[in-house]
Design a protein around this ligand. Structure first.
Ligand SMILES: [Zn+2]
Length: 503
């Protein structure tokens, strides 16, 4: 355990950090694959289930149990590697990474060490119209651990807990760990580059169909490495690794926070401890975890119970042919199809909404309408809730259905927002919510006409102005009618009716 003395530093202003230091980023992303079974046994790899119901002698590490490699997981690993422009090893092995963790029953994790299946790749990341090439050092296969629940404490952490429960359902689920080389030269954009990399990587994983890639469910977990070096020195400083940062927004915030914290420690003449740190979503800070072991402490050695993996070149080429469209080319194609400006496209990508907007459009919504809902109303609600758009519980199908009701004149935008209220409250489909809440625009011309007459009678001065040709004054009457109709009228139609009655 390490000292927590660094946890209470006075952060350095972000601009001051940049004036004195060059940041170096590194990202390690774990992707939980969506294979039917676990990495080395036939247990179901599905999320959840009764604790310890998806287990067998192999994933419980019982003596004598023999693992077998999941072929589908190897296929997914190769496809991820190819999509990241990696070389694919002709021959590689698994290795045992030895350490004790209560939720890891074998006391070693079956991983890959010096022979990763994918290596030397890259991905181009767009940030505000600028492209950063992120080099991928490796993407290797490994297995997930189980899950501990600490009971009785206030924080859910082990400190202060009465006892702990262990669920091994997740132990042995296939993971791909994707590791970048140090990302240098991002400067002030380092936090945004980190976020954009994870967001684009997620889009890629989703397009490949190899994982649900939901950060809120832990299918995709990012560890953020950061170090600072004196500006212009061309060296690398000591890095910290912030673990399991579980949203795009948090990735950006964690990088920014660590830059400011590192600078404070360095400015005070102290040195950065090489350690893992925990990200706290609520307070937006990191705290000290454990001192980071060097690789030799894990006593890696080749796994004797598994045969090497030797994917044939023919198979690799077959898999290459299954890759989805290159994300950069795809973005350019979609932008031109949708008629989005550069700024609209950047905002859409930056909000992590590209896939959502694409799906909504595919379900029939006009491009600008799809963009408007996801980047306006829904982004605002996600931001208020501190959530990702994908975690809101509103689907592209919901948004397309709401917009369909706007298009056919059932709803106006104001009523549509009330339908979203209903969706968040779990009141059913958009059509059900419109019916249950009585939200539809009143199409009964008699009722509308009566409301207009009432508004005219109540505002004789305004009515006179309109009769004198001052049509701009109609706004006050439209407002009165909309109010009496509880917003459930088509404002354009109300205006027409007022002008017709007063001309
Ligand atoms: Zn099993």
């Amino acid at each position: 355990m390490t000292t927590t003395a660094h946890d209470s530093v006075e952060l350095v202003d972000f601009d001051a950090v940049l004036a004195a230091y060059d940041p170096a980023l590194g990202l390690e992303v774990h992707v939980e694959l969506n294979t039917a079974t676990k990495m080395f046994c036939g247990c179901p790899a599905t999320f959840g289930g009764e604790p310890n119901s998806h287990v067998c002698p192999t994933c419980l590490g019982l003596p004598g149990a023999m693992p077998v490699v999941n072929g589908k997981a190897v296929e997914s690993a190769i496809r991820i590697g190819l999509a990241l422009n990696c070389e694919i090893a002709e021959w590689c092995r698994f290795a045992r990474k030895n350490y004790f963790y209560p939720d890891m029953p074998k006391n070693f994790q079956t991983s890959q060490y010096d022979e990763p299946i994918c290596f030397d790749g890259w991905m181009d990341v767009d940030v505000d119209g600028e492209t950063f090439r992120v080099e991928i050092e490796r993407a290797h296969m490994e297995e997930d651990t189980g899950k501990s629940t600490h009971v009785g404490g206030a924080t859910g952490r082990i400190h202060g807990a009465d006892h702990s429960l262990v669920d091994y359902n997740r132990a042995g689920i296939p993971l791909i760990e994707i590791v970048t080389r140090p990302i240098l030269g991002a400067g002030e954009k380092a936090p945004a580059v980190a976020r954009a990399y994870v967001a684009q990587l997620r889009d890629l994983i989703v397009a490949l169909g190899v994982s649900e890639a939901r950060m809120d469910q832990g299918n995709l977990r990012a560890d953020v490495n950061l170090s600072l070096a004196p500006k212009g020195s061309g060296t690398l400083g000591t890095r910290t690794e912030t673990k399991n940062v579980n949203s795009f927004r948090s990735v950006e915030r964690a990088v920014r926070y660590e830059m400011q914290r590192h600078a404070a420690v360095l400015d005070a003449g102290r040195s950065i401890l090489q350690e893992t740190r925990h990200w706290h979503e609520d307070t937006g800070i990191t705290t000290s975890g454990r001192e980071k072991s060097d690789a030799e402490d894990y006593r890696y050695f080749p796994e004797p119970d598994l045969v090497p993996v030797a994917p044939s070149r023919e198979w690799v080429e077959e898999l290459r042919a299954t890759l989805p469209e290159n994300p950069t080319e795809k973005r350019a194609r979609l932008q031109s199809e949708w008629g989005f400006s550069d700024l609209e496209m950047r905002d859409t990508v930056g909000a992590g909404a590209l896939g959502l907007v694409e799906e909504t459009i595919a379900l029939g919504a006009a491009p600008q309408a799809a963009r408007k809902w996801w980047l306006g109303e829904l982004a605002r609600r996600a931001n208020d809730a501190g959530q990702e758009l994908t975690a809101l519980g509103v689907t592209p199908a919901d948004v397309a259905a709401v917009q369909g009701l706007v298009d056919d004149g059932t709803l106006n935008d104001k009523l549509a927002r009330q339908v979203f209220d209903g969706l968040f409250a779990g009141e059913g489909t958009p059509a059900e919510i419109v019916a249950a809440r009585g939200l539809a625009i009143v199409s009964d011309d008699g009722a509308l006409s009566a409301a207009v007459d009432e508004a005219i009678a109540a505002n004789p001065d305004v009515a006179d102005k309109i009769r004198d040709g001052k049509h701009a004054a109609a706004g006050a009457l439209i407002g009165a009618v909309m109010k009496s109709m509880r917003g459930q009228a088509d404002a354009g139609k109300v205006r027409e009716l007022i002008l017709a009655k007063l001309s």
